[in-house]
Design a protein around this ligand. Structure first.
Ligand code: HXC
Length: 266
């Protein structure tokens, strides 16, 4: 049997000295990912468009109480602009010293049928989700190479089948999966891992509220019989960034209680 010490991975402070940049960091899911990383010693840079929302989340995360983990907030950043992303990546390195981990979490979403969706509406979501993910990795690339870092893209499951009124999001998320796969192969030899997390219906999120207007008895439609929690996504995040996942790249980790196997959101 391999002489493997499990305590090297599953212990307090596994991310001491690490730094994670998170786009969409003030969103409901991403703030929980940030909190979990901070609990385990990782400093975080919260990137968002809305300065006020970023400030509020930075204040909340400041109460985590791990002295090894700092938090900074950089609002006013639009992931659709490469200049904007280069600027926040630079400020993160200036204030926190480096970037080891990146979470591409910024996303746009609204319900719209094809007939009423303008070309600009479609482009807007693809630009935020897909181009924004590209720009984020592009801006952090020198740091990722230097520190043999790791990237998590926040994807979805709705492009595995057809979800009405979500053609823009489905197309963008399918692109994100493809981007992650290609980068996993390109970056593998330089020691940088790329993976996706595909959340299912996570309670309390904007996505859940838009896609599941009728919540009555919704749990019974999920094989594991409960709605997802943001901590479910945080746990997957910790695993994928940890050394426990050191041989995992180019995967999509679906965290959905088995929901997508049920077919659709009806
Ligand atoms: C139709 C809409 C629309 C709507 C905007 N547009 N909202 N079209 N229905 N409800 C159109 C506009 O008319 C415009 O097209 C174009 O989109 C750009 O709109 P702007 O408001 O100028 O863009 P911007 O200010 O950049 O905002 C983009 C946004 C963003 C996408 C609307 O504000 C946003 O994403 N808000 C919600 C955030 C959110 O829900 N995040 C959670 C994501 S959850 P025209 O032609 O008029 O110029 C998620 C998970 C999915 O992604 C999977 C779940 C399982």
């Amino acid at each position: 049997m391999e002489n493997y010490n499990y305590n090297n991975v599953w212990k307090e402070g596994i991310f001491d000295g690490k730094v994670c940049l998170i786009t969409g960091g003030s969103g409901t899911i991403c703030r929980q990912q940030a909190a979990a990383l901070m609990k385990l010693g990782c400093s975080v840079s919260i990137i968002g468009r809305d300065q006020k929302q970023v400030d509020e989340v930075v204040k909340l995360l400041g109460k985590i109480g791990n002295k090894n983990a700092k938090v900074i907030g950089l609002g006013g950043c639009d992931v659709r602009s490469i200049d904007s992303m280069v600027s926040v990546a630079g400020k993160t390195v200036e204030k926190l010293g480096k970037i080891d981990y990146v979470i591409c979490g910024a996303a746009g979403n609204f319900m719209s049928d094809f007939n009423h969706m303008s070309a600009n509406a479609f482009k807007t979501v693809v630009d935020i989700d897909l181009l924004g993910s590209f720009n984020t990795v592009k801006a952090c690339y020198p740091q990722l190479i230097k520190n043999k870092g790791s990237v998590i893209f926040v994807s979805a499951t709705l492009h595995y089948y057809g979800v009405p009124f979500q053609s823009h999001v489905g197309a963008a998320k399918a692109g994100i999966d493809a981007l992650s796969n290609a980068l996993a192969v390109e970056f593998g030899p330089i020691g940088v891992r790329c993976n996706c997390i595909a959340p299912g219906p996570i309670g309390g999120t904007e996505g859940f509220n838009k896609l599941v207007p009728n919540k009555e008895n919704f749990e019974s439609k999920i094989p594991l019989q409960r709605v997802g929690r943001t901590s479910d996504i945080a746990n997957a995040t910790v695993f994928l960034f940890s050394d426990a996942a050191e041989w995992i790249t180019g995967t999509v980790m679906i965290v959905d209680g088995g929901f997508w196997h049920m077919g659709n959101f009806n």
